[in-house]
Design a protein around this ligand. Structure first.
Ligand SMILES: [Zn+2]
Length: 144
């Protein structure tokens, strides 16, 4: 199986992927590789599941708790006007949730974040910015 998120998890374990913010029992929270939306993060399940319904009910509940914890963490650090959470997975069918903080000064505030996706690569972060954002988020992590 060649899944880019399973590969990311493997690279996280060997410390070859430097975007990890926090490891939960069932998922990893990563800083997004772009920051077109300041504070953009991605939560990835540890196991390879195509759909949320492929998880046991117990794991669904546990994952939802981790999602809400990540949501609150991102909100506490970046204070957006609104959070957009999306799980799609048509390109990478491994359950992951995008967390897009949205801000009042966004001229496209009422649009879904994906309408700007052609610009995401223009906001890739340098290792210095990445590390500073991760440090800021890690410092704010509270017990689950
Ligand atoms: Zn996978």
């Amino acid at each position: 199986m060649n899944c880019s998120l399973c590969n990311r998890i493997s690279a996280t374990k060997t410390q070859d992927y430097a975007y990890l913010i926090h490891e939960y029992p069932n998922s990893y929270l990563y800083l997004g590789e772009h920051q077109f939306y300041h504070g953009y993060c991605v939560l990835v399940t540890k196991g390879h599941y195509a759909e949320m319904t492929d998880l046991s009910e117990t794991d669904q509940v546990a994952l939802f708790r981790e999602m809400m914890h990540a949501h609150a963490l991102i909100e506490s650090v970046f204070a957006p006007k609104k959070m957009n959470l999306c799980s799609i997975g048509n390109v990478v069918p491994h359950v992951h949730w995008h967390f897009f903080p949205r801000y009042a000064d966004d001229p496209h505030f009422t649009n879904p974040p994906w309408l700007q996706m052609h610009l995401f690569d223009t906001a890739r972060v340098s290792p210095q910015v990445r590390d500073a954002l991760i440090e800021k988020l890690r410092a704010a992590v509270t017990p689950l």
